[in-house]
Ligand binder design. Structure first.
Ligand code: NZQ
Ligand code: ZN
Length: 390
């Protein structure tokens, strides 16, 4: 078919966006539950005072809660199991995630684990589909993973350091509270990692072989430009509300599936990256900053015109109609230098990854079959991409 693919688009997450919106947490939660698990990370929300504000909002709305903090970046299965136990023992009805992708993904895992009699990891091994979940609510503190409206969760199993995803429509959060002011406290590195992940979510969808998807091409290009323009602003001035708001909203749109409508996304770079963050515990966005340009170099010859369009429309490269390949390569170069300019690593050694486990990671990444849709990648391709990233 020479046109967009058939699609269903439904993203039911209620977004409450803007200054002071965390005060709505209790009211939004009370629509779904009376007793909840308040789930959060390593301490940033206590330092910023957000923890107190969320607790007050829950109390004011008459919502009871128990707390489970300590979610680590690349969230661990052991804490998910603990959360499931706490919810079951105390008959908690909903999980409220206050944090970033790691906290939200851990909350989603708990939420699907509670009603399931078997092992929650079976969802991540794709042994069983996800059909039931407790409701999840989100107060987002970092624009990055897009988990605040996505249907997925990514968890790391410490036994073997497997990082895997599970997905199901019932996993989309009931609400996402998004106050850009909450992101003022983000360290520059986390801001940059978030930006790389947001851009990767757009690019995974942008690099498609489906023809005649010009409308969503343009939405993708606009979303990428919003990140490229606004990230340097917040790195220079972390409390620039206008720029933080642009990034936060773009981060959600990048991964709420709108930009993928009618397209077939690629997603190989994400899978190749998950091996890095699973084994080496690097930040997902940093891993993507290293992998994505390498993936591009490996595959661009399969559709030079698309890469040339990316270079021209996203990076403002002067097109060379006689040498489209040169235009395409210049776009990849600009992406890589943007990542470098915002303080991200762009090679595996910078991430602390040596070349002794590349084969093993490539084998793990392709264990269930070839990766990607733009080009199908086998184990040897993945090794080549790791090598291009050195
Ligand atoms: O733990 P705390 O103390 O809160 O610190 C966190 C953490 O160290 C800190 N942070 C967050 N908000 C802050 C803040 N520090 C100061 N001020 C704030 N406002 O940032 C660090 C990173 O947090 P994390 O939640 O790990 O970041 P992110 O949102 O990038 O999430 C990454 C995880 O999401 C997964 C990734 O694989 C990774 O495990 N993904 C989930 C997806 C999904 N569910 O749809 C899709 C993505 O592709 C991605 O794979
Ligand atoms: Zn991602």
């Amino acid at each position: 078919m020479q046109a967009m693919e058939n699609f269903i688009f439904q993203n039911p997450t209620r977004i409450i966006f803007g200054k002071g919106t965390e005060a709505e947490t209790g009211r939004e939660t009370a629509k779904h539950a009376k007793k909840v698990l308040l789930h959060f990370g390593g301490g940033s929300i206590r330092k910023s005072g957000l923890h107190d504000r969320v607790c007050k909002s829950l109390k004011d709305a008459g919502v009871g809660y128990l707390e489970l903090g300590g979610v680590k970046p690349n969230p661990r299965l052991s804490l998910v199991r603990e959360g499931i136990r706490i919810c079951r023992e105390n008959k908690l009805e909903m999980i409220i995630a206050v944090g970033g992708g790691s906290v939200i993904d851990s909350a989603k895992a708990i939420a699907i684990g509670v009603p399931h009699a078997g092992d929650v990891w079976d969802f991540y091994l794709k042994k069983i589909p996800v059909t039931e979940s407790l409701p999840v609510g989100v107060v987002l503190t970092i624009p990055a993973a897009g988990s605040e409206t996505s249907n997925g969760s990514v968890i790391t199993n410490e036994e073997g350091w497997y990082k895997k995803d599970a997905g199901g429509e019932c996993m989309r959060p009931k609400f996402a509270i998004m106050n850009p002011e909450l992101t003022f406290t983000l360290p520059p590195y986390q801001t940059a990692c978030g930006a790389a992940d947001i851009m990767a979510h757009v690019m995974e969808r942008y690099f498609t072989r489906v023809p005649s998807v010009d409308f969503t091409d343009r939405l993708c290009e606009a979303t990428l430009r919003a990140i490229i323009d606004n990230v340097p602003v917040v790195l220079a001035k972390p409390d620039d509300y206008a720029a933080r708001a642009e990034i936060m909203w773009a981060g959600t749109i990048a991964h709420n599936d709108l930009l993928g409508t009618g397209r077939i996304g690629d997603w190989a770079s994400h899978m190749i990256e998950h091996e890095l963050s699973g084994i080496y515990d690097v930040a997902h966005g940093a891993g993507l900053a290293v992998i994505f340009p390498a993936w591009m170099k490996h595959v661009y010859k399969n559709d030079v015109a698309r890469f040339a369009r990316f270079a021209v429309n996203v990076w403002g490269v002067e097109p060379r109609f006689d040498r489209p390949e040169r235009t395409a390569l210049e776009g990849i170069r600009r992406l890589k230098s943007f990542f470098r300019d915002i303080g991200l690593p762009t090679s595996l050694p910078e991430l602390g990854v040596k070349d002794d486990r590349l084969e093993e990671m490539a084998k793990k990444a392709t264990a269930a079959g070839p990766l990607g849709n733009f080009v199908k990648l086998g184990k040897d391709d993945v090794v080549s991409i790791y090598r291009l990233a050195q």
